[in-house]
Design a protein around this ligand. Structure first.
Ligand code: NAD
Ligand code: ZN
Length: 355
């Protein structure tokens, strides 16, 4: 198993451990602590019912992480006699994390929380970085702040029960860190995709690497005021795809399409060589191989892009690239050249093709 490490944050250091989840959890609980649990994990891992502490079940969906629903969850926490000295423990994916982190940040002006990420996306990415993002009605991720956990425990054996879609989603997010970092070649990354499903040691190692790339950046720019924006690679276009498909496409898979579109536009605008785009495209295709992308209505897609947090009047500001490890923030005018290029990408299904 991999060694634990520390992440520095405005609330002090917190540790990220690679350890067996159930005994770690059992040993850490004191009377009054409340477990916030993904209901799918409750079904797949019934051993958790052996704990003596109260458990609040979450049905993971974007609706569960709206401000209204979280209000109900927090009332439930309070009704259990929760006190300032207790902690919340999130066991689940990114949704369970966001709900718990947000609640922990505001209950009694902030209480301690621990996180046991149970899917690949939350293990390789969201478990560190301090962000708490919840939905305000239909406004996705528009409420929240920065509130890191006091401890993260990663047990990759959880990944054995993941649906292929959720596994692929984690791979997409991981790939985004590796491409930004640029220390592995496209050949190595492609080999890694083939290997990762077969070998759990590879999985531990890749999660560790991915978290270390993120750790360096969040320690530098925890509040996302500049350099950390580079992690938006694939996300401007990916978020718009999630919105356009009513969240049918899982986050990390949408990010894979988003990176491919960013690369495609980088070629169109003369920043990137075709060969690099095509090489990366081969990797992305493995990630979305089980996904059937519905027809994309270009107008709906463009509207979603314009609503992106980073967009300014008349421009979008996605991360584009000059090569692996050479991403940069661009400012693209919303003109017919850009719209036609994006339209062509989806209409001609260029994501399935070499260019
Ligand atoms: N705060 C952050 O930094 C941050 C970062 C990235 C994403 N997010 C948020 O996270 C959400 C997406 O995360 P997600 O994809 O983890 O969503 P999720 O929590 O809904 O998990 C996806 C699916 O995986 C299932 N699952 C989890 N562990 C499992 C296991 N071991 N076996 C079988 N199934 C399992 C869940 O039940 C769920 O159906 C979005 O709302 C996004 O905004 C937050
Ligand atoms: Zn992401």
């Amino acid at each position: 198993l991999f060694e634990s490490f520390q992440v520095n944050s405005y609330r002090g250091f917190y540790s990220v451990k690679f350890a067996p989840w159930f005994c770690t959890l059992k040993e850490s609980l004191v009377g009054g602590d409340v477990v916030v649990l993904d209901k799918n994990i409750a079904e797949l891992y019934p051993v958790i019912a052996e704990l003596n502490n109260p458990i609040i079940l979450i049905s993971p969906s974007e609706a569960a992480k709206t401000y209204g629903s979280i209000g109900e969850t927090m009332e439930e926490v309070m009704s259990l006699g929760f006190s300032k000295n207790n902690k919340l423990i999130a066991v689940g994916g990114g949704i369970t994390q966001d709900i718990t982190a947000f609640a922990a940040s505001v209950i009694m002006r902030g209480v301690s929380w621990h996180f046991y990420p149970t899917n690949l996306l939350s293990q390789c990415d969201s478990c560190i970085g301090s962000k708490t993002s919840v939905n305000l009605g239909k406004y996705k991720n528009q409420l929240g702040g920065f509130y890191p956990p006091d401890m993260v425990c990663i047990d990759t054996s959880f990944c054995k029960t993941l649906q292929p879609r959720d596994f692929a989603s984690g791979l997409g997010e991981m790939m985004h860190y590796f491409l930004i970092d640029g220390s592995m070649s496209l050949e190595d990354l492609e080999g890694m995709i083939d290997e990762v499903g077969k070998n759990s040691a590879t999985l531990d190692e890749l999660i560790w690497k991915s978290l270390h790339i993120k750790k360096k950046m969040v320690e530098l720019d925890e509040f996302d005021q500049g350099p950390r924006n580079i992690f938006n690679y694939g996300h401007t276009f990916g978020h718009a795809l999630e919105a356009t498909t009513d969240f049918q496409v899982a986050h990390g898979i949408a990010v894979a399409y988003g990176m491919d579109l960013a690369n495609f536009l980088s070629v169109e605008f003369g920043f990137l060589q075709k060969e690099v785009r095509n090489g990366a495209n081969g990797i992305f295709r493995k990630i979305w191989s089980d996904t059937v992308l519905p027809e994309i209505d270009n107008k709906v897609y463009m509207d979603a892009l314009v609503r992106d947090k980073k967009s300014i009047k008349g421009f979008i500001q996605p991360i584009l690239t000059r090569g692996i490890g050479q991403m940069f923030q661009a400012k693209l005018r919303l003109n017919s050249r850009l719209m036609n290029a994006i339209n062509k990408y989806f209409e001609q299904r260029l994501y399935e093709k070499k260019i």
